[in-house]
Design a protein around this ligand. Structure first.
Ligand code: BGC
Length: 456
């Protein structure tokens, strides 16, 4: 079936952008007084956990090249830019002295965006915790609620006169799950004794961050972002259905429901019950905050089957290779309906505010050409996913915007530089940028060009 994508059908107030993060792009990891982050230390001391043994000491050198990257955004016709602030660049020890050079740097980035007519959407925390705080327990220490509150205030004071779109946390489930349970992301901690307190403190910080920003700037648009995957059982057997339910609870509900005032979904995930031991009187209400928007970050769906051998969950994922379906460099199935399903699932909660897709995109190996990057797979991925926005919007779901992950090819955490997610190719040796075909198409599309696509 052919489908017409006409951007004007999404409404005049629908916004389009790209997303990135500080650690994955900035480099300059010790420049101008920046403190170490947990990722600086992790990539140094646990190098074997990074697929290509790389680090982000230089990354895309965005610290020095932000003007070029923002100019290219402008030339491509992309009006909204989501990026994050590095906590240790602003507060090298996490608390205490402010690094004025770090503040100056973000002032330059924000001012340059505004001068180019690009709206900055700022994430306060995208995983690069100051190492000094990790030495005091990091996310497992309840004191992080105070550390974080201080950091939020410093950021608002420095940038709040110009930044009007804020996101408090980026994907808490990923940084807590991968960093404090599986140990595959910084700081590399494992087990329930780290996981449960880190979940609870991240929830408290998310709500507290929202409250602080709202108090300081009642006019600002304040959100927070969640990773999510559409979950389906492998077979319709009771066991697989139950396994899928548990994975859905783990991946899609743990952080969203307490924010909405529903508490933790412990009834559907028993091992979560021990989180009570980290809660203090009054926490139930402290965990909730009415955000202006929720950022959905979706890339794929997961198919789940029962497994006796997986501790806590008794569930495992069935890989796309096993199912013989298309997948990306991340081993994530290409399944555009997932985006629609997640919008629908999130919208089914009472009181869900506006929804922005704050990340969606695909890692594919790009054709090797110095000037002409004809990345048709990525372009098609974007078109198929954007088609799902039209579907969701037509059904009345409150989707207000879409950001592609990501602008320049960058440091993909434990996967190093292998997966390429960018709309712009970044040559790691020369730092030369080349706009890919997907980026060219995206820019033209959002400027009003109508596109016809063939749906799978
Ligand atoms: C994160 C990004 C990451 C992307 C692709 C999200 O989980 O917010 O930092 O690069 O997905 O894996």
């Amino acid at each position: 079936m052919n489908r017409i994508l006409d951007p004007s059908l999404l409404g005049d107030d629908f916004i389009w952008g790209v997303s990135s993060s500080a650690y994955q792009t900035e480099g300059a990891h010790l420049t101008d007084g920046k403190g170490l982050s947990i990722w600086d230390v992790f990539t140094e001391t646990q190098q074997r956990k990074i697929k290509d043994r790389s680090s982000a000491v230089i990354a895309c050198d965005f610290y020095n090249r932000y003007e070029e990257d923002i100019r290219l955004l402008k030339q491509t016709g992309i009006p909204h830019f989501r990026f994050s602030l590095s906590w240790p660049r602003i507060l090298p020890q996490g608390t205490g002295d402010i690094n004025t050079k770090g503040i100056d740097y973000y002032n330059r980035v924000i001012d340059y965006c505004l001068a180019q007519g690009i709206t900055p959407w700022v994430t306060l925390y995208h995983w690069d915790l100051p190492y000094a705080l990790e030495q005091q327990g990091g996310w497992t220490n309840r004191a992080i609620v105070e550390w974080f509150a201080h950091y939020v205030q410093v950021c608002w004071k420095a940038f709040g006169d110009r930044v009007k779109h804020w996101m408090v946390l980026n994907e808490p489930m990923v940084f807590v799950g991968a960093g404090y349970f599986l140990g595959v992301h910084a700081p590399g901690r494992m087990g329930m004794k780290n996981f449960l307190p880190a979940i609870h403190h991240a929830v408290l910080c998310m709500a507290e961050g929202g409250r602080i920003l709202r108090r300081l700037d009642p006019e600002a648009t304040i959100g927070t972002t969640f990773s999510c995957s559409y979950i389906e059982p492998y077979r319709s057997s009771e066991r697989d259905v139950r396994a899928a339910q548990k994975v859905d609870t783990l991946l899609n509900r743990i952080f969203l429901e307490p924010i909405l005032g529903l508490g933790y979904p412990t009834a559907d995930l028993k091992p979560l019950q021990d989180i009570k031991s980290y809660m203090k009187p009054g926490d139930e209400s402290r965990m909730a905050f009415p955000f202006d928007f929720i950022g959905i970050q979706n890339y794929t769906r997961e198919i789940v089957r029962h497994s006796w051998w997986t501790p806590y969950l008794q569930a495992k994922l069935v890989s796309p290779a096993h199912r013989k379906v298309p997948y990306t460099q991340m081993n994530w199935e290409v399944f555009p309906d997932a985006l629609y399903e997640m919008i629908k699932q999130f919208s089914s909660y009472k009181g869900i505010p506006d929804i922005y897709i704050t990340e969606n995109g695909a890692a594919f190996e790009d054709p090797d050409h110095p000037e002409l990057i004809l990345d048709y797979h990525r372009k098609e991925y974007l078109q198929q996913h954007i088609a799902q926005l039209f579907r969701a919007k037509a059904e009345g779901f409150p989707v207000k915007g879409y950001f592609v992950w990501t602008w320049t090819d960058n440091f993909e955490w434990a996967e190093g530089y292998i997966p390429k997610f960018g709309l712009v190719k970044t040559d790691r040796k020369t730092q030369k940028r080349v706009l890919k075909e997907s980026g060219r198409w995206y820019g033209e599309f959002i400027q009003g060009e109508i596109t016809e696509i063939t749906e799978p």
